[in-house]
Ligand binder design. Structure first.
Ligand SMILES: [Fe+2]
Ligand SMILES: [Fe+2]
Length: 165
């Protein structure tokens, strides 16, 4: 498949994470309607990449934070998988799993912990964190309204979900 220059740059920036088991495992669970957490995370990360690049922000931190923002790794409908309200719980689980996967900067950790603001979690402390918070909301809206299904993007980027064993 002929990838655009932006898609190639995005893959180069995130290759190590895209090939990792935890990121590919996100394909096991549905996040918004029929959209898996992996497809949603790629949609948020690639959209963040394009905007952060345009605005000359810290592209690496923004994209890594965006790709890992929902790395909570459980079925959100399974009440036994987390202790409380999903809105508050999942950013903390995602930050913990992301820290096990890669060396997270303080900014990247805050991007993950604050992506649900103002509904829950930490306050965004950088322009990149505010951007991911906004992009996440917009992408979720497009997914829930069934306007865009990001599996198209995942297939273009060649990211394979990791099936349950
Ligand atoms: Fe989330
Ligand atoms: Fe999200």
């Amino acid at each position: 498949m002929n990838l655009t220059q932006r898609e190639r740059e995005f893959i180069a920036l995130t290759k190590e994470l895209l090939e990792s088991e935890p990121v590919r495992m996100m394909g096991r669970w549905k996040h918004h309607g029929p959209v898996t957490t992996l497809d949603h995370s790629l949609f948020v990360a690639f959209s963040t990449y394009r905007i952060a690049r345009l605005l000359r922000l810290d592209v690496r931190a923004a994209v890594r934070g965006a790709l890992l923002h929902d790395l909570y790794l459980y079925d959100s409908k399974d009440k036994s998988a987390h202790p409380g309200n999903q809105c508050f719980d999942h950013p903390r689980f995602a930050a913990r799993n992301a820290a096990k996967l890669t060396d997270l900067s303080t900014k990247e950790k805050n991007i993950i912990l604050s992506h649900m603001w103002p509904l829950g979690g930490a306050l965004p402390r950088s322009v990149e964190a505010w951007l991911v918070d906004l992009v996440d909301t917009l992408c979720a809206g497009l997914e829930m309204a069934r306007i865009y299904h990001p599996s198209v993007l995942r297939e273009r980027l060649g990211v394979q979900p990791l099936a349950a064993v």
